[in-house]
Design a binder for this molecule. Sequence first.
Ligand code: ADP
Length: 401
Amino acid sequence: MKILVLNSGSSSIKYQLFDMPAETVLASGVMEQIGEAQSRLTHYTRNSKGEMEEIVKAEPVADHQGGFQLIGAVLSESGAVQDTNTLSGIGHRVVHGGEEFREPTLINDKVIETVRRLSPLAPLHNPANLTGIEVAMQSAPDVPQVAVFDTAFHQSIPIYAFRYAIPQDLYEAHHVRRYGFHGTSHHYVAKQAARLMDRPLNSLNLISLHLGNGASAAAVKGGISIDTSMGMTPLEGLIMGTRCGDIDPAIIFYLKRKTGLAGDEVESILNQDSGLKGICGVNDMRQIEELAQAGNSQAQLAIEMVCYRIKKYIGAYYAVLGRLDALVFTAGIGEKSPLIRAGSCRGLSHLGIEIDPEKNNQKSKKAFEIQTRGSTVKVLVIPTNEELEIAEQTLACIQNL
Ligand code: ADP
């Protein structure tokens, strides 16, 4: 069964075509700069030897409709799929599912309306995700389409963990609460951890650390998310590439008074100019590690602060889980930075978390264990694959039709 996974942004569409349930990637790519003078489609497809080959199309594409059509044409040209209307299913990444969506959901008009209604909670993402859905529904009307929500995995978080201590009526009228994000990734790596440990997921207590440009921690008890560090928006929690993570909310009002900046200007600083970038001027961890190595004290501080914040979350989630079976590192930094993994776990041997430096320094595209023999908690590095998780969930959803 051929399943296309779409991740639509405001000026881009990322996609992957899977043969399921074999989990084979038949093609993938990204359509970028939609609506600009020079749009670009970079497409990867399998050649006759089974190797991935790149095809680039640079031509103006006015809108998402044109983008989807070009993707369909390239998929068909390269023989990956005859016509997008012959796909078995299309899975869409949708960032915010509010309190309405706990599961992957077959898309109909009502679902589209609900996702639209939730847009104020994710103004940068939901409208773009919706455009992708509408375009794909128009272009491939015979194909069942499924929305997979970043927030869904965290809908199991109990009320005492998802409510903020602000007046009840603000929660009720304006839906101010913790939703959490990266749910597709946390769910995927939790399932992979269970497979790796050869244990049923519902018997496992995990702390999952998704450390990419955006970063979040999740406490997973018996396979279910019971807390996560991102909140009503993806600004809360760990220190990220350009986002501040946890701060005293009074800082916002203080800054407004002191600098005369408007609320949305402060919001933009906290989202785009803070985090690693705010501390040392650079938001790419590879570069920061090089600068730190060369003696740059701001880069060294950024690394120290990132690791300290992660360690605080490990401690907090260990306390709420009671027993911890495994700590999982994933996403760009989690998968590829031994320095951040070591720094985050330094001094945690009293909690049974101990990393073996040699194992930690290995490079692998597959999952691997990095704990010492004496560590009672397993420490796992697991490559995330949100697209595959969306394909799996789409398949599960359409199989029930
Ligand atoms: P996104 O959230 O955009 O999907 P990724 O999961 O790709 O981000 O993670 C991006 C981060 O991973 C960047 O900070 C990048 O510098 C970091 N990263 C990638 N490779 C390495 C590496 N070898 N060592 C340290 N950091 C790395």
